[in-house]
Each structure stands twice: as C-alpha cells, then as structure tokens.
Write a protein that binds this ligand. Sequence first.
Ligand code: MF3
Ligand code: CO
Length: 275
Amino acid sequence: MILKTDDQVEMMRQSALLVSKTLAEVARDLRPGVTTLAIDKRIGEFVRDHHAVPSFLHYRGYAFNSCISVNDVVVHGLPNEGELREGDIVSIDIGVILDGWHGDHAYTFSIGDPGKDVMKLINVTKESLYKGIEKAIAGNRIGDIAFAIQEHTEKKHGYGVVKELVGHGLGKNMHEDPQVPNYGKRGSGPKLKEGLVLAIEPMINMGKRDVYTEEDGWTVRTKDGKPSVHFEHDVCIRKTKADVLSDYSIIEKAEAANANLWTISRKDTKIPHEA
Ligand code: MF3
Ligand code: CO
C-alpha cells in the first residue's frame, strides 16, 4: 500500500481534474446519432491537448482511449461505430497519466430520458459512491467502504452488485493495492491510512449481479440483459473526511446544459450549434 505525500496528492488532483474536465467536455457531445468511437477520438484529442496521455490505450493490448459502456454493458465497453439512441445510458470511463500520475474515473450519462426505473438506478448508484466515500477515512477499513455501497444498492434497493470487478489504489500505477470491492463486511480488510489514494467504483445492475465477458475479451455485460451503471471517483484518505480529487460538479453542469439544448432542439426540430 503506497501512501502519497501532500505534494504528490496535489499532482494527482491535477490528473483527476483532467479526467473530470474531459468527461465534462464530451458530455456536451452526447446526443442520438453520435458514435461511441467519435466520443473516444475526442477524448484522446482533449487529453493530449492537455499534455497528458490516455492511460487505457495499450494497457494489456487495449486499443482505445476510453471505455464506453452502453445499457447492459457493465464496464470495458469498446468504442465502436454504433450510434447512441434516445433512452440509452452510457458510462464513460477515462484514465490519464499527467506528469507521471494517474487519474481514473467514470460517470454514467443518459441520452434524453431513459425512464424512471433506470434514472433511479443511476441516482442510487451515484449516491452509493458517496456513501462509500463517507467511510473512506483513516482508521476505517476497506470493508467499511464496501459494506456502505452494498447496503445502499443491494439491501436497500434490491439491485445486483457486481463482484467480478473492483476498485483499486491509484498513483504512479493505474492499479495499486488495495483492491476496493463493492461488497463486504464492516470492519474487514486492510486499514485505511492518510495519504492512500483510491479509485472507488460501484458497478451496479438493475437486475441480477451476474455478468459475463464477451469474445472480444473486454466487454462485460449483464447476463440478464438489464442495464448497469458505473460511477467512479478518485479520493485521498484523510483523518475526518476523504479528499475527493475528481470533480463531478463540472460534469453535472455540462450534463444539465446539454440536456437543455436537447429539449430546445427537439422543439425546434433543428440541431443546435456547438457553443
Ligand atoms: N478503469 C478501469 C479500471 O479501473 C481500467 C480499464 S481497463 C482498460 O480497471 F484496458 F481499458 F484500460
Ligand atoms: Co478504475
């Protein structure tokens, strides 16, 4: 378990913020007809324009800048020529290396209105991430984070918690110890220490928790074909409150602005200009 100095945490904040800014940038492009490959290209350009490199590219032979997971794809969706459609949900996961430090997080967007039940899955999954973060303080254990996420999603709402994939430590490497599962027992697992940076990332299914990996070796889907949601934050463990290095507020702003544009464009039946 590698602990970071305050200076190193500030460097990691810059990496995390670049991921947040990239997510906010592409949030404005999300609409029916856009391909996930076009979004991935934009992600690559934006990251490089900001003097960083996309960390997923070439990782274990991965060929894209990001993972874009639509509807029943849980994570590791491969960008492709498929167009987004109204009512889709799309989780975008981006990793960067900036000055040697990794940022890695994800956000699930909707294209127009995915319906009330799917909206609830999105909201509850995001809430569960914050419930986990509340427990991410020095002296607690990994199991406290995991338990909080599982309680809120599985116990309270009956959703399926994916067990095959977990969060992780983050630093000079994309994956460092310890692993951060989204299920577990309170008070179990490694003890959290100040300066530990974690990527906490609930992957929550509307239906059963079971998933499988496609022939391409990457795409993880729900077995029952029901939708799945993924949110991820980069956080540094502190004494009384975790320091969240990533910033959803800029993503949420872009998401809301894009949704507004949308309604207007639908009424006018013409496509709005890029701002
Ligand atoms: N964000 C993923 C994780 O935390 C990594 C994606 S795998 C990649 O494990 F190959 F796409 F990089
Ligand atoms: Co991650």
